[in-house]
Design a protein around this ligand. Structure first.
Ligand code: AMP
Ligand code: GLY
Length: 421
């Protein structure tokens, strides 16, 4: 079959890499893709949010299956549009993807179906929001309702910061209409875990656990980023917690969404805080996580197309999904200055010296020009390796990074420290 992957990041490179191993796949296209994806698939220059452009391409190329990476096209309804034209697309519908597209909706659903999460309230009125900050106290967390490319969440230690965030989102429109509503919630303490799960709307099958590193610098310091690295499994995610998450989070969420007329199929991602009172949901995403997907897919032994087809046929309960016992780690290499301003167009060297048996270099913000690879974004590469333990996987990933060079490259030296310490 001919497959189209939509997106341009490390997650999409990992998806393309995994799909290329499927005996069912003849050809993979990626829109728009990146410099690394171009080495193993055919990139097409269509933006991931250009739904009409993607549709036209898919019809003309007779694409058998489209797989959507990022949230923006899902929330824009790309899956619905493909299906209207009789094309197969993997991912939730627009209504189902709203679980990520609106934090207020996600909170409403969690409240209605008693899914454990932080205490919160939603506001469309600035004064009421500011009053709630006083009432709730600090630390608290202020979240823009809509999509804000991972930047719409402010963890505020003091009232001033919280109120400033409310004003910036609601009055100054820092995230456009995404800030028309804000969710203000109680601050939760604990360790974070990402649980990605496959679902056909009836059955939910969690993937292996993972944890990402959101802060830019070592020791979890500095600003939040899209993710500076991830590892799998997360040792804090015990079998007992897994069972609680299945019964109290994943199943009731999918069932609740169905009751709301938001039948969900595809991958659902629960961002969890493992608190002293048990796991609580921080957010839902309607897709694979980035960079969690890189280590998680590296551990997936089953053919991804087989899983997607089982989901399409509502037969997810009939297949066995196998995972490698090995651990996997992804270390993100970013452009100097990220997540603030950074330069692009730096030549990357040493990529051909990485032993493919040791580590796989998934590209994110890169561009190929005349056979050479240049930086083209904030997060540039995700060096991903397996090992018998997390510590061994970490060692292999950093060994590979040692040979890769570009001007002002920046990466964390402590990825997976919590799993190793
Ligand atoms: P979100 O996009 O909602 O996952 O928020 C981004 C990051 O903000 C999370 O990964 C957490 O590190 C942090 N965060 C969000 N909500 C809370 C909360 N209620 N308590 C503590 N930290 C939070
Ligand atoms: N790694 C966080 C996300 O994919 O949203």
């Amino acid at each position: 079959m001919k497959v189209l992957v939509i997106g341009a990041g490390g997650r999409e490179h990992a998806l393309v890499w995994k799909l290329q191993q499927s005996p069912k796949v003849e050809k993979v296209f990626c829109a728009p893709g990146n410099g690394g994806i171009a080495q193993i698939a055919q990139c097409v220059d269509i933006k991931d949010t250009d739904v009409e452009g993607l549709l036209e391409f898919a019809v003309n190329e007779k694409i058998d299956l489209a797989i959507v990476g990022p949230e923006a096209p899902l929330v824009a309804g790309v899956v619905d549009k493909f299906r209207e034209k009789g094309l197969r697309a993997f991912g939730p519908s627009q209504r189902a993807a709203e679980i990520e597209g609106s934090k207020a909706l996600a909170k409403d659903i969690m409240e209605k179906y008693q899914i454990p999460t932080a205490k919160a309230a939603t506001f469309t009125d600035v004064e009421k929001a500011l009053n709630y900050v006083d009432e709730l106290g600090v630390p608290c967390v202020v979240k823009a309702d809509g999509l804000a490319a991972g930047k719409g969440v402010v963890v505020a230690e003091d009232v001033e910061t919280a109120k400033k965030a409310v004003r910036e989102m609601m009055e100054d429109k820092a995230f456009g209409s995404a800030g028309d509503k804000v969710v203000i919630e109680e601050f939760l303490r604990g360790e974070e875990v990402s649980i990605l799960a496959f679902t056909d709307g009836k059955t939910v099958v969690p993937m292996v656990s993972s944890q990402d590193h959101k802060r830019a610098f070592d020791g979890d310091q500095g600003p939040n980023t899209g993710g500076m690295g991830a590892y799998s499994p997360a040792p804090i995610y015990t079998e007992q917690i897994e069972q609680i998450v299945m019964e109290q989070v994943l199943k009731p969420t999918i069932q609740g969404l169905a009751k709301e007329g938001r039948d969900y199929t595809g991958v659902i991602y629960a961002g969890l805080m493992i608190t002293e009172e048990g796991p609580k949901v921080l957010e839902f995403n309607a897709r694979f996580g980035d960079p969690e997907t890189q280590p998680v897919l590296m551990r997936l032994e089953t053919d991804l197309v087989e899983i997607i087809e089982a989901i399409e046929q509502e037969k997810l309960d009939e297949i066995e999904i196998k995972w490698s016992k090995e651990a996997a780690v992804c270390v993100v290499v970013a452009s100097g200055g990220y997540p603030g301003s950074y330069e692009k167009g730096k030549l990357i060297t040493g990529l051909d010296q990485v032993d493919e048996n040791e580590a796989i270099v998934f590209h994110a913000g890169t561009k190929a020009v005349e056979g050479k690879i240049y930086t083209n974004g904030g997060r540039v590469l995700g060096i991903t390796a397996k090992g018998d333990t997390v510590a061994e996987a970490v060692k292999s990933a950093y060994k590979a990074i040692d040979v890769i060079k570009f001007e002002k490259m920046q990466y964390r030296k402590d990825i997976a420290h919590r799993a190793i310490d």
